[in-house]
Design a protein around this ligand. Structure first.
Ligand SMILES: Nc1ncnc2c1ncn2[C@@H]1O[C@H](COP(=O)(O)OP(=O)(O)OP(=O)(O)O)[C@@H](O)[C@H]1O
Length: 236
């Protein structure tokens, strides 16, 4: 099967330090990929390169048949890439439904945007709370709202940066069910520190360390990989 996203040789340095150093990444459609690695490994920078918020020094990125290497973030979004941030980015003074409607209108128009927004809210289970101010939702529900904002764009690829950070145990279980329910329509790239979530969700795991991919494979292989254990899992 051909990759939905393929990145080759992606490189980006900050003040001489290679935050991302010659990374290759291939995402099969309809799968869940986790990106893990110690603090400062380059995960957020890599995602920044994929979505176009950070320019690459070298390397190429193809997405759904297009070379997107030099494309602006909104053009990548229009091709079907959505992402949620590490820090919650909802508009607290707007109603929940309006937050999702705004996100939907980034890529879709009129009645289709309205339909996508309603669908996305229902998908994360917030359809009963559309009239509440987003800022009045619990932290966990705000994180779900963010996922709904990503889904409202009907993305082919949804990138989630530490989506379970700060969630209660019971919320994490619900979140995992939600992510599974998005497959195969949506492909998922997940930056995640919670190893239970990573091992429970990912089809494949890519391990970054000091800007390089040090391992990639199925969860069981990654768990047993001595290089990964030395660099990362052993330190947990
Ligand atoms: N805008 C920037 N300017 C300078 N250095 C940066 C910048 N962004 C990232 N870095 C550096 O690049 C390296 C990789 O950072 P990055 O945030 O991508 O790692 P990460 O794996 O996402 O870490 P964390 O798990 O802590 O979020 C770090 O050494 C960081 O200090």
């Amino acid at each position: 099967m051909s990759a939905l996203l393929s990145a080759r040789g992606l490189t980006r340095a900050f003040a001489g330090l290679r935050a991302v150093d010659g990374v290759d990444l291939y995402l099969e459609p309809g799968t869940i990929r986790a990106l893990i690695g110690p603090n400062g490994a380059g995960k957020t920078t890599l995602v920044g390169l994929l979505i176009g918020r950070i320019a690459a020094d070298a390397g190429t990125i193809r997405f759904d048949g297009h070379d997107i290497t030099g494309l602006a973030p909104h053009r990548r979004a229009a091709l079907g890439m959505a992402y949620t941030f590490q820090v919650t980015s909802v508009f607290p003074r707007l109603p929940v439904a309006e937050n999702v409607a705004l996100a939907a209108r980034r890529g879709l128009r009129g009645p289709e945007a309205a339909r996508a927004a309603a669908e996305a809210l229902a998908r994360v289970g917030l359809d009963g709370q559309g009239d509440q101010l987003a800022g009045d939702l619990s932290y966990g529900h705000q994180r779900l709202l963010e996922v709904a904002m990503g889904l409202a764009q009907r993305p082919k690829l949804l990138i989630l940066d530490e989506p379970t950070q700060g969630l209660a145990e019971a919320e994490v279980a619900g979140f995992m069910d939600l992510i599974r329910s998005l497959i195969p329509r949506t492909t998922i790239l997940l930056i995640e520190h919670n190893m239970g979530v990573v091992m429970g969700l990912a089809d494949r795991i890519t391990v970054l360390d000091a800007g390089r991919v040090i391992a990639e494979g199925a969860p069981g292989d990654i768990r047993r990989d001595p290089v990964v254990q030395a660099a990362y899992l052993g330190a947990e």
